[in-house]
Write a new protein. Structure first.
Length: 232
């Protein structure tokens, strides 16, 4: 009995592609840690893949919102590429990117809820949404530090990271908080940073419970369905 099966690649597989790139980006981020331009290029590819997923699962009016926010995010990303040291461009880009990522998550989760069976692409779609949550909080953390310097204590990482280092450190911090690991090498000091950290931890825990419950429900539904078909 194999409940997890890959989708038809001619029709689906979009979540698998996005998840593969996400894992690859985690691996290659250290290569970009000293270059804002390479980091922005990587983000552009990432955004294009996210939009490909959104386009593939488009169903309602929210797709129009996704398109608008995608265009605004790409435009802001290009502006930052030519002004890599501009904090204003970074702040604007982060707010727009956060809004875009949230709209994508809101598009993905209902789409996954429509599935009546467990598929490999669906499971990876759930993981993509989880990773996108960490990405959204990353942009918020960066803006908090840029707008309220000193909101984070970077401890052993140094007191005054530049924009590139700030992105990398708070990317790491966001996912440590999402996973509720909390090594303590980076500390939220301002009330805003602390509130966002708590909120991310709560959302991360809730999402994991929700996602596992969804998979269990699909598993039980599939078994009951097969049992009913096998009966008289």
């Amino acid at each position: 009995m194999n409940l997890i099966r890959p989708n038809n690649p001619s029709r689906n597989g979009h979540f698998t592609l996005l998840f593969a790139y996400m894992m690859a980006e985690f691996a290659i981020i250290p290569i970009f840690e000293d270059s804002m331009i390479l980091g922005v290029l990587s983000d552009l590819v990432y955004l294009l893949l996210i939009f490909y997923v959104v386009y593939s699962i488009r169903r309602n009016w929210l797709f129009g919102v996704n398109v608008l926010l995608f265009i605004m995010t790409i435009t802001s990303d290009l502006v930052l590429m030519f002004n890599p040291e501009s904090q204003l461009a970074m702040v604007i880009l982060n707010f727009i990117t956060c809004a875009f990522v949230i709209s994508v998550i809101v598009s993905i989760v209902p789409f996954l809820l429509q599935n009546d069976s467990i598929t490999l692409d669906g499971v990876l779609g759930g993981l993509c949404a989880y990773i996108l949550i960490g990405g959204a909080f990353n942009t918020l953390y960066i803006n908090v530090e840029l707008l309220q310097p000193g909101s984070f204590n970077f401890g052993v990482h140094g007191e005054h990271p530049n924009l590139v280092q700030l992105y990398d450190l708070l990317f790491y911090y966001s996912f440590i908080s999402l996973l509720t690991i909390g090594f303590g090498d980076i500390l939220p000091m301002s009330h805003t940073a602390q509130a966002l950290t708590v909120l991310e931890g709560v959302i991360g825990l809730f999402y994991v419970v929700f996602f596992i419950s969804l998979l269990v429900g699909m598993h039980i539904s599939a078994r009951l369905s097969r049992g009913g078909q096998a009966g008289p």
